[in-house]
Design a protein around this ligand. Structure first.
Ligand SMILES: [Zn+2]
Ligand SMILES: [Zn+2]
Length: 406
């Protein structure tokens, strides 16, 4: 399993809860499973007695295990307190004492209290999820091997309140462990084709030099699982970034047209615009604008009069079909304006063209159906009239059930 890195959650160490030293522990633990328990005394009496004193509760469990049961240490490897603290228990490398048949191959976690009686709080659940994610990552344990005690033994443990949440807890753990990847479509202007890669958020964008622009930065505030851009835009970024010579803060770049946030036929939706430099002074921003203009690699650098607190740079395709905005596209066109077109048509319910930036017969049919429905010239060609109608309808409307790859 190639899990993404998980931090060790904060926890109260053994000395933090004044644990007695273990006495005579032995054997080993292969850590293939994780078993979730509750302390579960009959009337929740211990939890009531200790209240929010999680350390005292942990110490009391150890006393019972060592003094009454005559075990070498507390039986569990971890505790989760009633407030949600994680407490360190028995050494993970020796035989455990928490589930018959699983003490040599399972990590034991005990949630303090009786969860047939009390309710399992969100704070406790969050701590449990963090602990499980870290353990699964560290010991390469499958989330399917996170079990409740009752899965392996005839017992009510870990109580209905916890057991009923275990499957959603497993999903949450898996979500943390699975690296989020974004489908990145880059139009290679040199070959005339899109190149597609699935990249982690912290990967650099394709063609970017020296990791100066990550997928996360280019995705900006978009929630999309798919992003698109042109190689020439990234190359223009490289030129600007190396001319500037230091980091440029990029909080806003890509957006889907239905997410909105920009103008109607905006280049951010076409994946060829960045709004950067929000953390600079007015003087520095003006320096960045002049640099971007003088380098001559962008099609448009917005002046401070209309974008005073950020620097908008874009590499729009020309010529615009209207006085500004997207280019005319038709059957055979391949570029990120076609992505915007397909995205808008899909979202409005004119599906069949897919979402790949390539204007084929399916896209043409969708365009004709759209044109017919809105009394436009039905020619299957997307020029000023069709772009204007389409973008006015779909900009900022939110995703719909027919949106592809939201
Ligand atoms: Zn148990
Ligand atoms: Zn902008």
């Amino acid at each position: 399993m190639s899990y993404s890195w998980q931090p060790k959650p904060a926890m109260i160490s053994r000395s933090g809860w004044n644990a007695a030293s273990p006495s005579g522990c032995s054997g080993s633990n292969s850590k293939q499973y994780i078993i979730v328990h509750h302390s579960g005394d009959q009337n929740d009496a211990l939890a009531i007695h200790f209240g929010t004193n999680e350390k005292g509760f942990m110490k009391r469990i150890q006393e019972i295990h060592m003094n009454s049961n005559r075990w070498c240490d507390i039986g569990y490897n971890f505790g989760i307190g009633v407030v949600g603290s994680i407490l360190e228990g028995r050494n993970l490398n020796v035989l455990g004492a928490h589930a018959v048949g699983y003490n040599s191959n399972a990590i034991g976690i005990c949630v303090h209290g009786n969860y047939d009686i009390r309710s399992f709080t969100l704070a406790q659940e969050n701590s449990l999820v963090d602990l499980l994610a870290w353990l699964c990552y560290t010991y390469n344990i499958s989330t399917a091997n996170i079990l409740g005690h009752r899965d392996v033994s005839s017992t009510a443990c870990p109580g209905a309140g916890i057991y009923s949440k275990l499957s959603s807890i497993r999903s949450k753990v898996l979500q943390k462990l699975s690296p989020q990847s974004i489908s990145v479509h880059v139009f290679n202007d040199d070959t005339g084709n899109f190149e597609v890669s699935n990249l982690a958020l912290n990967s650099p964008m394709p063609y970017v030099l020296n990791s100066t622009l990550t997928v996360r930065e280019f995705k900006g505030n978009s929630n999309s699982s798919v992003i698109w851009t042109h190689k020439r835009f990234i190359q223009a970024w490289n030129t600007l970034r190396s001319g500037w010579g230091r980091g440029i803060h990029v909080p806003i770049a890509f957006n889907r047209i239905w997410e909105g946030g920009h103008g109607y036929q905006d280049q951010h939706y076409a994946g060829v615009a960045i709004d950067c430099g929000q953390n600079l002074s007015n003087t520095e921003r003006e320096q960045l604008r002049s640099l971007a203009s003088s380098l001559g690699v962008f099609e448009y650098v917005e002046p401070a009069s209309t974008a005073p607190t950020w620097v908008h740079i874009d590499k729009r395709l020309r010529p615009s079909a209207c006085s500004a905005g997207y280019i005319l596209v038709r059957n055979g066109s391949k570029n990120t304006c076609v992505f915007v077109l397909q995205d808008a048509l899909n979202t409005l319910g004119y599906t069949g063209g897919g979402l790949d930036g390539a204007f084929g017969n399916g896209t043409e049919t969708a365009v004709r159906n759209f044109q017919r429905a809105y009394n436009l010239t039905v020619d299957g060609i997307v020029g000023c009239q069709t772009w204007t109608m389409l973008t006015q309808l779909v900009r900022g409307m939110g995703k719909t059930p027919t949106t592809v790859n939201p």
